[in-house]
Design a protein around this ligand. Structure first.
Ligand code: SP5
Ligand code: ZN
Length: 382
């Protein structure tokens, strides 16, 4: 397994309101540190190759071209929102509201559609108002390095997409699948709102990147089908929303029923218009066992198999672990191996170029073991 990592993803470090207390965000740089340490010690045994994207020699002039990332970001997010993420921290600092090493959080949210849909009303000028305009919860603080890390995180899926794209045939060595150690994660944020530790939606960006790199000459293969399997404990509201009307992207999610983000994720959300039947939510009650989980996983795999995607994106969260502070399933370390093998051993899914995108997972003591267990199952290595 080729694993992509970027040191810049470690810079972002912020605070959140969790259980009515202001605390250091559980989505912290140590998550990536423990994952890297675990991958390093498991590396030889499981043919894991961790590559810092800065050290990659892709032999492709495109790779370092920032305009490609910019193009993919602009396809995935609202331009004013991107500008907000890039500039709001320095505005708060220059207004004397916070110090350079502090984070900002919203103090007021916009109630939709009452205000936002008012015609001609752009983003608010007030710096406090803007923090709440571009967010939907209090777990998405912005520090001086948030933009840098979010860009690096998105950059990992873009590079992963380039590597697995079948039409990038000039390369000699083409990986079938790539794991992007993204941080911050992405599946909760929408085109114009951060939330749930997410600022840029890496899964959405990955879809655009796959399409970008699937272009041969002028022949745009824009209809290529992509499936997203979201295995994070929480429903990926942002990803669901982005593709809700789009039949070329199948979104399938297994997540905690009635858990955060609370207002989405029900089985009745099946997509709309031509996207109808291309959104599949498989919620599971709290305290669900691995058997209950595997039952839903089999439904998910079957649906994706029927869809016959050209690419698969797995939004991979380990907050389904039994000890996770933000999850409530009963999955144990060895279960990740079973889950990964089930996905990969399916005839229809086994050969599809896949990007594994890291989402959540907050129990640091076992996070590394859980990922290694997943990779073991994915590579059928035992
Ligand atoms: C990417 C990701 O995993 N984001 C999750 C963010 C969740 N933040 C809010 C968690 C609220 C927890 N409230 C207590 C729920 C107890 N089951
Ligand atoms: Zn999660």
């Amino acid at each position: 397994m080729l694993v992509l990592h970027d040191k810049a993803t470690l810079a972002h470090q912020t605070v959140e309101i969790l259980n009515a207390k202001l605390v250091e965000a559980l989505e912290c740089p140590e998550r990536i540190e423990v994952l890297l340490a675990a991958l390093e010690s498991a590396g030889n045994q499981h043919e894991i190759r961790v590559v810092n994207v800065g050290d990659l020699d892709g032999g492709d002039a495109d790779r370092d071209n920032p305009t490609i990332l910019e193009k993919l970001l602009s396809e995935s997010h609202d331009a004013n929102y991107l500008n907000h993420l890039r500039t709001i921290h320095s505005e708060w600092v220059s207004n004397g509201i916070i110090k350079e090493d502090e984070s900002l959080l919203p103090e007021c949210f916009q109630v939709q559609p009452f205000y936002r849909l008012a015609k001609g009303r752009g983003p608010p000028k007030d710096v406090f108002a803007r923090a709440g305009y571009y967010a939907f919860d209090l777990s998405t603080g912005i520090c001086k390095d948030t933009w840098k890390s979010a860009l690096a995180s998105a950059g990992l899926v873009v590079e992963a997409a380039r590597l697995v794209s079948v039409n990038q045939s000039s390369r000699t060595e083409q990986p079938k699948d790539v794991l992007a150690l993204c941080r911050p994660p992405g599946h909760h944020c929408t085109t114009n709102m951060a939330g749930g530790y997410c600022y840029l939606n890496n899964a959405v960006i990955a879809v655009h990147a796959l399409r970008h790199y699937s272009t041969v000459g002028d022949a745009l293969l824009t209809c290529s089908k992509v499936a997203i399997l979201d295995l994070d404990f929480h429903h990926g509201n942002g990803t669901q929303h982005y593709f809700y009307h789009d039949p070329s992207v199948l979104y399938v999610s297994i997540h905690g029923q009635d858990e955060y983000p609370y207002y989405t994720g029900s089985e009745t959300e099946i997509g709309e218009g031509s996207g109808e039947c291309f959104n599949v939510n498989l919620p599971l009650p709290v305290h669900s066992s691995v058997d209950q989980y595997v039952e839903k996983l089999e439904c998910a795999i079957q649906r994706i198999g029927l869809f016959k995607p050209e690419y698969l994106i797995v939004s991979l969260g380990f907050d389904t672990f039994r000890l996770d502070p933000l999850g409530s399933f009963e999955l144990d370390t060895q279960d990740y191996e079973v889950i990964a093998r089930k996905v990969r051993a399916t005839k229809e899914l086994g050969e599809i170029p896949t990007i594994l995108v890291l989402e959540g997972g907050y129990f640091l003591e076992r996070l590394g073991e859980n990922l290694v267990s997943f990779l073991k199952g994915w590579e059928h290595s035992i």
